[in-house]
Design a protein around this ligand. Structure first.
Ligand code: IPE
Ligand code: IPE
Ligand code: MG
Ligand code: MG
Length: 301
């Protein structure tokens, strides 16, 4: 996504290069299976959107914190490794997911390892505030995942309950990235941006192309995860609601696409993106941050 945005903010390329190097070093700490599996997951790529936020949310006159970018990306990676196991998702970043390639125990262990490496990275800065921010977002993530378990196959989940889940499981880590940057008042921007981003991801899970997303669409419906697009579609087509509640999946994704659900969900994502923009003040990278609010909604991967 960074390249698609064609961002050429001064210092960004250098920041991203250093970040990659430090990510590789952080993951290579263990020379056993966890380190090898972590390196493989890291090497598969990804948009590096959260470290990009750290950079863009850094105030002028201070070097953007690389350790914080490393930590937030490692937590993100850890959640993906665990999330794919929980969701039974076999493809990630265009490759077999960790559990599919190496089994569930390796996915549990390497995800835990990546969480630990993230906190070790922050501890190295000696800044307890950063550790607290990341710990808070990890706790939110856990609550979000627990909420997702409770909402599974519950086709009567309300949109507000969905948003609460997205706030916890995605918004809080985006918020943390912005708080890591340190520019005044950007936390709420990150939170809303993360919600918009996750709604877009949920749309892509209905209609995205594997070549672009690196994932296989239909996971949410198969797992009975009530996302906004699926709930909106269920309002119009009872068969989609049945599929969401655990009924037959045959043809259900096509039926979702035939409703107005994807467009309605996109409108909600755009609302959150606009809300994010309303929190932008005189931040140094205002133009790039504003551009991100559009890109996160209308993206192919
Ligand atoms: C995927 O995040 C998980 C969600 C929160 C939707 P990304 O789409 O940022 O994943 P990568 O890092 O680019 O692979
Ligand atoms: C986001 O949810 C995962 C986390 C925030 C842990 P999804 O399950 O929708 O993410 P993808 O689609 O697998 O990337
Ligand atoms: Mg998933
Ligand atoms: Mg998804």
């Amino acid at each position: 996504m960074t390249s698609a945005l064609a961002l050429d903010a001064p210092g960004l390329a250098e920041y991203m290069d250093e970040l990659e190097e430090r990510l590789r070093e952080a993951v290579a700490w263990d020379d056993g299976v966890a380190g090898a599996v972590g390196a493989e997951a890291l090497g598969a790529g990804g948009k590096r959107l959260r470290p990009l936020l750290v950079f863009l949310a850094s105030p002028p006159g201070r070097p953007p914190p690389v350790a914080a970018g490393v930590a937030v990306e490692l937590v993100h990676l850890a959640t993906l490794v665990h999330d794919d196991l929980i969701d039974g998702a076999e493809l990630r970043r265009g490759r077999r997911s960790v559990w599919a390639a190496h089994g569930a125990p390796a996915a549990c262990a390497s995800g835990d390892y990546l969480f630990a490496r993230a906190f070790a990275e922050l501890a190295g800065t000696g800044d307890a505030r950063l550790v607290q921010v990341l710990a808070d977002s990890c706790l939110a993530l856990v609550r979000g995942e627990a909420m997702q378990r409770r909402q599974t196959k519950q086709a009567d989940t309300t949109p507000d309950e969905v948003i609460e889940r997205l706030t916890l499981k995605t918004g809080k880590l985006f918020e943390a990235a912005c708080l890591f940057g340190g520019a005044e008042g950007l936390g709420p921007f990150g939170l809303k941006l993360g919600i918009a981003f996750q709604i877009a991801d949920d749309i892509l899970d209905c209609s995205g192309q594997t070549q672009e997303t690196g994932k296989i669409a239909g996971t949410d419906l198969r797992e009975g995860t009530p996302t906004l697009p699926l709930l909106y579609a269920a309002e119009e087509d009872a068969l989609v609601g049945d599929a969401l509640a655990g009924g037959p999946l045959e043809g259900a994704l096509l039926r979702v696409a035939a409703t107005s659900a994807l467009g309605r969900a996109r409108e909600r994502a755009l609302d959150y993106a606009a809300d994010a923009r309303s929190h932008l003040n005189g931040a140094l990278h205002r133009e790039e941050l504003e551009a991100l609010t559009y890109v996160v909604v209308d993206r192919a991967g």
